[in-house]
Design a protein around this ligand. Structure first.
Ligand code: PRP
Length: 215
């Protein structure tokens, strides 16, 4: 049996992915919640019998591991796929991790989006934000890259609006911000290394079919 290495996005997505993989018949005891390995600082987990390796990494690194073939398969949000623009086949929408990429800000900023004014946009997603404003809206904006807690941007007047993920909307509500425009909807996706797809076709197709059937 050929080995398969799967890169998971650390956090909630990894948990949901392993639940789905379990339903599809791909398990990893070491990754089960409460297992000794899971609670340690260990980063790579193995199912010897099924010749599976799983590792946990930060979302933006998942497409990098997959492009370079360090992982055959990656599970990552479509926001990261769009932002990182790595070479890989996107093969499945897993249907969880659903949220929206939105332009958000105080209600008073809505007007600034109507008149193609030069505005400041804070975001963790400069590629997505630039594409949205420059290519879709033909609006020239100043993009300010942040690494988290982006909602602070408009509050401390660093930026007029933000481009960020909205899931439940509670972060916006608690900070007096609103969704002003929707950029796109997002969800978790499975991506595959292009060479692995050629070299491990049968194993990978089998896994894709089993996971699709378990959705
Ligand atoms: C994400 C996102 C929003 C929040 C949206 O941040 O950037 O801040 O979740 O979720 P909600 O609509 O359910 O409130 P994350 O928790 O990943 O942390 P970060 O802001 O530090 O990136």
């Amino acid at each position: 049996m050929q080995e398969l290495t799967i890169a998971l996005t650390k956090g909630r997505l990894a948990g949901k992915t392993m639940e789905l993989f379990k339903k599809a018949g791909y398990t990893c005891e070491e990754l089960e919640p409460g297992s000794m390995e899971r609670d340690s600082r260990k980063l790579i987990f193995r199912n010897e019998e099924q010749k599976l390796n799983f590792f946990l990494s930060k979302g933006p690194d998942v497409p990098t591991y997959v492009e370079y073939g360090a992982a055959d398969i990656g599970i990552v949000g479509s926001d990261i796929i769009m932002e990182e623009r790595r070479r890989a086949y996107e093969v499945l929408d897993l249907g969880f991790g659903k949220c929206r990429m939105c332009v958000c800000g105080p209600e008073s900023a809505r007007e600034l989006l109507q008149h193609h004014e030069m505005i400041r946009v804070a975001t963790k997603y400069p590629v997505i934000a630039r594409d949205y404003f420059y290519n879709k809206k033909n609006q020239t904006v100043d993009i300010i890259k942040l690494n988290g807690s982006v909602e602070l941007g408009p509050i401390v007047q660093l930026a007029d609006v933000i481009v960020d993920i909205v899931e439940t909307g509670s972060t916006l509500r608690e900070n007096g911000l609103d969704v002003l425009e929707e950029v796109c909807s997002l969800s978790a996706r499975m991506i595959v290394n292009q060479v692995s797809m050629q070299m491990k076709t049968e194993r990978i197709h089998e896994l894709i079919s089993a996971v699709r059937a378990a959705l």
